[in-house]
Design a protein around this ligand. Structure first.
Ligand SMILES: Cc1cc2nc3c(=O)[nH]c(=O)nc-3n(C[C@H](O)[C@H](O)[C@H](O)COP(=O)(O)OP(=O)(O)OC[C@H]3O[C@@H](n4cnc5c(N)ncnc54)[C@H](O)[C@@H]3O)c2cc1C
Ligand code: FES
Length: 271
């Protein structure tokens, strides 16, 4: 689908709400809707620093929200910004999760992956889908979006922490396996989180013969297919256009999936 000029041009928008989620994670709401669908991303410009890709955590036609980890120059500066400040946004870009009304969906979320998974759950539960949301983190202090998932209809929340401080002790993918073992087969499994987690979801769902859609991230510059920085070996697809959400069949043909990615200069970096 061609990307409209309006989506490609950066425009500034005002921050209307800032919410501290955890020590390192902040959610920000902006005074705009870009008509984003769950799984799509925006390019967010922090004036004077840089422009970075961010998944859309929510776009209800009036406001758009993101949830981010403060890890480097751009996101650490963003985390200091306040209600009323301006940022640039371009987008929405990329593919999105696709489902049918009334399907049974299992959503596997790691890290900030909880935010786009919440966006899926909010939209899909309103369409009569039955949702199992499986949220994982290192420990209970790093879990995101639990209250939001709890507030949704037709949604069962499952929690996993590496250290066992809340919910299942171990990985969220273990909980997915347990769920599949009960015989309650979802029609589809969606996942967003660290690439190692995505590889595990890919393997489990391929073995169980359940369709899955995974959100794959690569270093992104333009966001709409121009620069080629986000192409993956050997398919050559651009993950800003043909992704970030890809079907498992596609992910399994990407030789670098779970093995390496490329930095801003195109150099290979092992995971
Ligand atoms: C499609 C997509 C969706 C994303 N959604 C989110 C989200 O919802 N929340 C969130 O916290 N993070 C998200 N990220 C990651 C986020 O873009 C990086 O954390 C951010 O760019 C870091 O920038 P920095 O300047 O603060 O840190 P830096 O110190 O510049 O970078 C830290 C690390 O972030 C990654 N990174 C930096 N710049 C980019 C870039 N232009 N493209 C891709 N990765 C980059 C690299 O792995 C780098 O090593 C997403 C990335 C992609 C590709
Ligand atoms: S980021 Fe430029 S082609 Fe994908």
């Amino acid at each position: 689908m061609p990307i409209s000029l309006q989506s490609r041009l950066p425009r500034t928008y005002r921050i209307v709400k800032v919410r501290k989620e955890t020590a390192m994670v902040t959610s920000m709401t902006f005074d705009c809707s870009l008509g984003a669908k769950p799984g799509q991303f925006v390019m967010l410009w922090v004036p004077g620093v840089d422009e970075v890709p961010m998944s859309v955590a929510y776009d209800d036609g009036k406001n758009l929200r993101i949830t981010f980890f403060a890890v480097g120059d751009t996101t650490k500066t963003l985390a200091t910004m306040k209600k009323g400040d301006l940022v640039g946004l371009r987008g929405p870009f990329g593919t999105f999760y696709e489902w049918e009304p009334k399907q049974r969906l299992a959503l596997v979320a790691g890290g900030y992956g909880a935010s786009p998974m919440y966006f899926v759950a909010k939209e899909a539960s309103a369409q009569g889908c039955a949702i199992d949301a499986i949220v994982g983190a290192r420990s209970k202090d790093h879990l995101l979006y639990l209250d939001e998932f709890k507030g949704l209809p037709n949604t069962t929340l499952h929690v996993a922490t590496d250290d066992g401080s809340q919910g299942h002790k171990g990985y969220n993918v273990d909980v997915l396996k347990q769920l599949l073992a009960t015989g309650e087969r979802p029609n589809q499994v969606f996942a967003c989180g660290p690439e190692r987690m995505l590889v595990a979801v890919s393997e489990v769902t391929a073995e169980a013969k359940i369709p899955s859609q995974l959100s794959l991230e690569r270093y992104m510059k333009c966001g709409y297919g121009l620069c080629g920085n986000c192409t993956v070996d050997p398919l050559g697809i651009r993950l800003c256009v043909e992704g970030p959400v890809v079907k498992n069949e596609t992910a399994r043909k990407i030789a670098e999936f779970g093995k390496y990615h490329r930095d801003d200069l195109g150099k290979k970096q092992a995971f």
